[in-house]
Design a binder for this molecule. Sequence first.
Ligand SMILES: NC(=O)c1ccc[n+]([C@@H]2O[C@H](COP(=O)([O-])OP(=O)(O)OC[C@H]3O[C@@H](n4cnc5c(N)ncnc54)[C@H](O)[C@@H]3O)[C@@H](O)[C@H]2O)c1
Length: 316
Amino acid sequence: MDIHQVACVGAGLIGQGWAALFSSAGLEVILQDVSETVLEKSMKGIMSNLRFLEANNLLQQGGADAALKRIKMSLLISEAVRNADYVQESVPDHYDFKKQVFREMDIASPDHAILASSSSGLLMTEIQKVTTRPQRCVLVHPVLPVYLIPLVEIAGGDQTSPETVRATCDFMKRVGKFPALLKREVSGYIINRLQAALLREAIDLVDKGVASAEDIDQAFCMGIGLRDPVIGPFLRIHLAGGGVERFIENFSQSYRHRWETMETWTSIPPSAAKKIIRDVKGMELVRTKTLEEIENWRDQMLVKLLKVLHEKQVKV
Ligand SMILES: NC(=O)c1ccc[n+]([C@@H]2O[C@H](COP(=O)([O-])OP(=O)(O)OC[C@H]3O[C@@H](n4cnc5c(N)ncnc54)[C@H](O)[C@@H]3O)[C@@H](O)[C@H]2O)c1
């Protein structure tokens, strides 16, 4: 399927990241949101993201200005999606918002258009019910910052056609993404389920007074975080135990002790919330830098890591 014209519905953090990515890949983009103030703020964010990509040789010289010229703004969904081949929705993560917006996108876009949602965990089976083209609706979940992190999770709902999933995967590869395909939908998909498990344990370690938030971040970044971009949890257990079968044989008991002492709560306990707010606000980086400065530093570090990770494609 040929995709030339893209609409981004919702111009918050994620919508502006998509607009920067699509326009830098040479596509014509219409960015839509409900107020001019949001759109202007968003365009400033996009400009700064594109300049960052250019400064780091991830866009050729002059590429940022050329990409910016490919982005137009609109306050109306009906106008933004009118000629779109692909629509990426990024409005707040509630079924009410998603359904209202999908209804409007469905009415106003061409019949062939794919309607994709950036949702972080909602189910497409539920959202697609409000459209007349459920077979062309799909989840495409990005990772922040969208213009830098390669992964997208792709999942169809019960009525999504295999052709739509295939065309969406091809399109994502074309704009430089690495799609991970879910065989079936599940709330939170892959990465937010993994993150939720890790986050609950990190919060509980602070709540139980085992370590500070800063030390837990440090343990993550200098330990498992540093190694896991290269191998992931399953290859890790294969290497940790002298083969996956031996790992299961030898480590099952010690893992049972850990799992048995782990919390299973589903809302952050108020005592833990207080402690993590105190700890995060006390971190040196948080005390001495603005959010924007920390984001810029994160992006600089990510570019360096991504350059190294490109070499991972050259297999051992
Ligand atoms: N923030 C993240 O880390 C992250 C990561 C991946 C996916 N997501 C998902 O992306 C989506 C957007 O998240 P975000 O962080 O960009 O939120 P955000 O609050 O930054 O942006 C949402 C935007 O949607 C706009 N909006 C609200 N109603 C609208 C409507 N009817 N029409 C058009 N625009 C409307 C708002 O004005 C706002 O600008 C959510 O589904 C979220 O779960 C977020």
